[in-house]
Write a protein that binds this ligand. Structure first.
Ligand code: GLP
Length: 263
């Protein structure tokens, strides 16, 4: 696994945005061979989305031949709810780029059969030839997408009950009222993420320090689902200095040294 350490959130976001843009451009996507991009919500990717929108405006990046699959969506809140992940993605990203709406995929948390919705999502990803690059964040408890502690590392897209920790963390988007936060969500599984050709995870701020320490130095465990990234042949975490606060000095120095050409 690569760990790219950047001084702060701004540098981390720019590094990740360049990485995503380079991958799309290098693939020379077309109608018959689109680039398949997995995407997260949350505060972590906002900087990356801002930069990708800028690249599009500058004419150095197009999403015309990009197909996207979002990681997760709350169950049971309307699609147009201000805090739905549909609203988040269109407001912060899709409305500002040239992606054809039919190429955007976000799980439907109001589908008549949520099980069927999850199964269809897996089939659709497979039919597209898999995900080329999955961009993600991590929760303070080390969850990836909504794969809460205790999620099987072999899990696929399914319905998950959110932990009290996650409900509390996400209540900041729901007037700080935990009773307004949905208690279940649809999420891609850990194995769905590991199937991607490449996985790029963003970790910024002190609140992610413990999760990052587990991800890099911990053993692979269902209690910190991000640790499954250790099994991926092309896993990258890009972190800021604050998120590295719980790493051993030797670990920190090792990754700084080995990645210094990329800083
Ligand atoms: C939610 C999302 C995750 C995201 C996490 C961290 O729980 N389901 O995909 O990584 O929040 O959010 P933030 O980036 O706001 O810290």
């Amino acid at each position: 696994m690569r760990l790219i350490i950047q001084p702060d959130y701004e540098h981390l976001s720019l590094w990740a945005a360049h990485y995503v843009a380079n991958r799309i451009n290098q693939a020379r996507p077309s109608t018959s061979h689109p680039f398949v991009l997995g995407l997260p919500t949350g505060s972590s990717p906002l900087g990356v989305y801002r930069h990708l929108v800028n690249f599009y405006h500058r004419g150095t990046l197009s999403f015309r031949h990009v197909v996207t699959f979002n990681m997760d969506e709350y169950a049971g809140i309307p699609e147009d709810h201000p805090q739905s992940y549909h609203t988040f993605m269109w407001t912060n990203f899709f409305h500002h780029i040239d992606i054809p709406p039919a190429q955007v995929h976000i799980l439907n948390g109001n589908a008549p059969s949520l099980e069927q919705e999850c199964a269809n999502y897996e089939n659709l990803i497979r039919a597209m030839g898999g995900i080329d690059l999955f961009l993600g964040g991590i929760g303070p408890d080390g969850h990836i997408a909504f794969n809460e502690p205790g999620s099987s590392l072999a899990s696929r897209t399914r319905i998950k009950t959110l932990t009290s920790d996650t409900i509390l963390a996400n209540s900041r988007f729901f007037d700080n009222d935990t009773s307004k936060v949905p208690t279940t969500a649809l999420t891609v599984g850990v194995a769905t993420i590991l199937d991607a050709h490449e996985v790029l995870i963003l970790a910024n701020g002190l609140s992610k320090a413990r999760a990052l320490q587990q991800a890099i130095e911990g053993s692979i465990s269902q209690m910190w689902t991000i640790t499954a990234l250790q099994l991926h042949p092309k896993g990258i975490i890009v972190a800021d200095e604050e998120a590295c606060s719980d790493l051993k000095v030797s670990t920190y120095r090792y990754f700084k040294d080995i990645e210094k050409v990329n800083l």
